[in-house]
Design a protein around this ligand. Structure first.
Ligand SMILES: N=CN[C@@H](CCC(=O)O)C(=O)O
Length: 413
């Protein structure tokens, strides 16, 4: 597929509620150059080849703004354990050989090529659900050398995948073996290592953002998270935060302090922090897959986020523990069913708001003129139908940068 073409017979979704039928989209050099009624295509594009969408719904390619898809092994045994009632995620997270630490060991024991193949396979699931931009984070290394290895692999993934990849250094996930969360001397020494060794080395390799997982129930402490984010912020590296996931950790207040692009989870709402987040331009990232998986009643307060004017993105949060979820439209469906978002809000959550969470201001997540020609074609009537049919394979094809992406299984094998 050329990077320049006129797409005709399209039902173009300009929002979750507005679909323009019998429209055309002109793609020129990988970006959207024009869109409008197909009987009004300007003459200047008459030389371009035509490609009929055959009446299909055309949306922007979806944006998955939060994934942990680079890891070794899986945690099916823990999943079965939870289902059998013989352990909770919290117990597993606290264990020395389970939870995040189990994945850290498995990742360390897996070779680069195998890790990349597994990550490509998972990225393929997302692409086959309509995703053309995805975030991938480190975080299953913990020690600086292991984190830097994962960061380099994120860059290889970016080179290998046919869609856009945004890279986050999850500098603080859980404390590594040998660092007791309750021992201030040990944690202080560890934070110094992260700030003095890991962050500068990661900057050399290249990161789009630095993130910390702050949670009183197993994640970083407020003070430690604050130190890491402040260090990143001072070097003008965009920051992100995951907080208030398993416990009320008062973490949301850190997002505005460092103009975080994204604050994920937020299961214990703090209204004062929400209004500051609106001012600092932070996007809330809802991870309904994790809400589903843990089966807990704590969840983000969409009404309070709406009232505070904080845009809400939805992501798969794809990870082996709390969100083994490989479809972004299904995550959007869960955003409606579990969190009380409207289908139109959920659609904005996986398009324009997700792009905002990634700091992308080039029109990603829209079908506006000037935006990258990242498009998804659906056998569906409108965006709400894409979200309504939970897990149904409604995707027909995807284009990234004006090129059709091969979504067959072979692409990821
Ligand atoms: N960063 C926090 N924890 C992940 C889960 C990671 C795991 O269990 O492997 C989360 O977002 O839910």
């Amino acid at each position: 597929m050329p990077e320049s073409a006129v797409i005709t017979d399209a039902a173009v979704a300009v929002s979750g509620e507005e679909v323009h039928r019998d429209h055309a989209v002109v793609v020129d050099g990988g970006t959207i150059a024009w869109r409008g009624p197909q009987d009004e295509i300007p003459d200047q594009w008459s030389g371009l080849g035509r490609w009929s969408a055959e009446g299909r719904l055309v949306t922007p390619g979806l944006v998955d703004c939060h994934t942990h898809l680079l890891f070794g092994g899986d945690r099916r045994a823990e999943f079965a354990e939870r289902a059998a009632g013989s352990g909770t995620y919290r117990d597993q997270l606290a264990g020395a050989a389970s939870g995040v630490r189990a994945t850290v060991s498995a990742t360390g024991a897996t070779g680069d090529d195998e890790l990349l193949a597994a990550a490509r396979r998972r990225a393929g699931w997302l692409i086959r659900s309509g995703v053309t931009t995805l975030e991938v984070k480190t975080g299953y290394g913990l020690e600086p050398d292991a984190e830097l290895r994962l960061l380099r692999l994120c860059h290889r993934l970016r080179e290998e995948l046919p869609v856009r990849v945004r890279i986050t250094l999850l500098a603080g996930h859980v404390y590594p073996d040998g660092v007791d969360r309750d021992d201030e001397e040990q944690t202080a020494e560890w934070i110094t290592t992260l700030c003095k060794d890991l962050l500068p080395a990661a900057r050399e390799i290249g990161v789009d953002a630095v993130e910390v997982y702050l949670d009183e129930d197993g994640g970083f402490t407020l003070d430690d998270a604050s130190t890491v984010l402040e260090t990143a912020y001072k070097t003008k590296t965009p920051t992100r935060l995951q907080t208030d996931h398993l416990s009320d950790s008062a973490g949301a207040s850190l997002a505005p302090a460092f103009y975080a692009k994204a604050a994920a989870h937020l299961n214990f709402p703090d209204e004062a922090a929400l209004s500051s987040m609106a001012k600092s331009g932070t996007t809330a990232v809802a991870l309904p897959g994790s809400v589903l998986e843990l089966g807990e009643s704590d969840r983000p307060d969409i009404g309070a986020l709406r009232a505070a004017g904080v845009p809400v993105a939805i992501a798969t949060g794809l990870n082996p523990g709390t969100s083994p979820l490989g479809s972004l439209p299904l995550a959007a469906h869960l955003g409606v069913v579990l969190l009380g978002m409207t289908p139109a809000e959920a659609y904005a959550g996986v398009t324009v708001h997700a792009a905002r969470a990634l700091g992308l201001a080039d029109g990603t997540g829209t079908v506006d003129v000037g935006a990258p020609a990242d498009l998804a074609f659906w056998d569906a009537d409108d965006p709400s139908e894409v979200i309504y049919w939970a897990g149904a394979p409604l995707l027909h094809s995807v284009w990234a940068g004006g090129r059709e992406v091969e979504v067959s299984r072979e692409f990821v094998q």
